[in-house]
Write a protein of this length. Sequence first.
Length: 695
Amino acid sequence: MRITRSFLLLVTAGVLAWSCNPNELSDSPTAVSPDGKNSVTVSVNAEGQLQYTVLREGDTLIAPSTLGFMFKDAPELSKGLEVTKRYQMSNKGKWEMPWGEQKYVEDNYQELFVAAKETGEAGRTIHLRFKVYDDGIGFRYEFPKQPGWEEATILEENTHFQLTEDYTTWWIPGDWDIYEHLYTTSPISKINAISKQNHPNLAATYIPQNAVNTPVTMRGESGLHLSFHEANLTDYAGMTLKVDTTTLTLSSGLVQSERNGYAVKRRLPFETPWRMIQIADKATDLIKSRLILNLNEPNKLGDVSWIKPTKYVGIWWEMHLAKSSWDVASGKHGATTENAKKHIDFAAQNGIGAVLVEGWNTGWERWIGFPDREGVFDFITPYSDYDLEGVVAYGKEKGVDIMMHHETSAAPRTYEQQMDTAYALMQRLEIGAVKTGYVGPLIPEGEYHHGQWMVNHYRKAITEAAKHNIAINAHEPIKATGIRRTYPNAISREGLRGQEFNAFGAEGGNPPEHLPIVAFTRMLAGPIDFTPGVFHQKLTPYKDKNQVSTTLAQQLALYVVIYSPIQMACDLLVYYEDHPAFQFIRDVAVDWDDTRVLNGEVGEYVSIARREKGSDNWFLGAITNENAREIPITLNFLKGETTFIMTQYVDAEDAHWDDNPGAYKINTMEVKKGDEISLKLAAGGGAAISFFPKK
């Protein structure tokens, strides 16, 4: 007899519809996306190995790929399995983002659950759960509570992705400590991550095998795009993807704890992070996808109205230029009361919500390059030339918040010892956000930034900060895996080769192709605190051999293209004063009700339009790589019959990222929905546009 059970469950703004048919599916059960294009089939091969296959409109994207685990002091769990239970469920729902790229997110998928058990003496049980969406798939392992198995010590997770094509791939190496590498473009068969070791501008790096970090994005001959990543990384090691260049197979490579001799230790029951594959017919659909957020749990914090998306300026870029320093002993300390108040005055005059002050607290004389960094930083005691409480009070008078800074120097145990005290100080002073940092080789030795031990530390910072109504902007972080849905105070993070690399050694700058790649790779994981807004691209007189390899117009466009709910105007204030183009930074929003990805190709160009939260104001950003190009734009995103005042900040005719980066022009005209415009982007250039309803 076929048993069908249906019921409805109200979830946020949507309805969750379940249709369960346990134990009566085929021997190779299949789940299909709501639009019918993507499908996943689970089967057991002749050796009793669980395997899965992914198809797109009948074409095989992931050929049968095996799954399993290797444990410490326990047999491998991979062969001799049989399926004991399976069922499908369908979901149709919608939820509201408290802040983000859009107001509502649709959450529609078909789910396939499979339980398997070893046929041998051990008789261990493992579950698989797949969710198949129109924009990709996610799957995870679940270890249920079971007799005789209380704890799992995982050496490696043997999740395979057997590709069927030698895709063009945009990748960075599977570094266990940082994501601050330039992207390489190559076929999978030519990936050589080991060659990326020992870069002179990287404070910490460890690349033990030929693996890539995620998100890793690929394009096939047909134009189909895939991007591999993970979602809801909780109490588990970060996953790199080992590359077999001969068989075109990717396999999970968990970041290890060499101190303990394993990757993950968990008590049962537990679940792994979701392994996810975005699937898109064209590159722009990757950016539109919210798959990573849908694979995370709903908001656990409740009312988060205390989280404030904002723009900020600060005492930061001047240190990278060596105009000032983080420490007092240098004789050119940047974080002085006088300098902070100067930044507050500028922010107040220009409608900027916050000021970041780095180098305010004691300990900077021994923050990097010293093996004995434990206990060096004090997160409550300011240097003698910085009046913390006075600066905060001055900001309040001016309507400007202070953004706290906590650099741990990769000594997280010291930070955890002071965390409660430091966050309590912030709460007392009504400081609502902190930028954290973890520069350098991790202490204790044998742990890495992306291992389970540090994943748990980063999560502790988020949850402890939430108790004090504090948002976290993490630098040198664990990768973004959509946890901002569950903990919305995880407001932004670095996790890429940022703006500061343009001020490093002569070979250290970011090339013009960097950000057109980042938009389709790292940005798929979540918000980026890239710190845009450099108006003085040639970094003279401070760094004569360094520059920012974009035009000024592209720096403006980044406020729309590279998403973050906190956006810095990072340049020295002197370069902003009386500059007409700074009006765009004053105007541009940071929180959105709608996002439209208009066109683009990975590593080439991209244009994105976003509507400001709670208004009809639109902003558009377009950027290109080292190639000048003309991009047609149809203004279909504008509202109805409303007339808009369009102000363009675009490259001048002779603009060029190297030869003439500061050349720009401002054009203003009236437009309506459906009008067509053409954007001429210079080499390394861009365009930033505001659309305000005509009053």
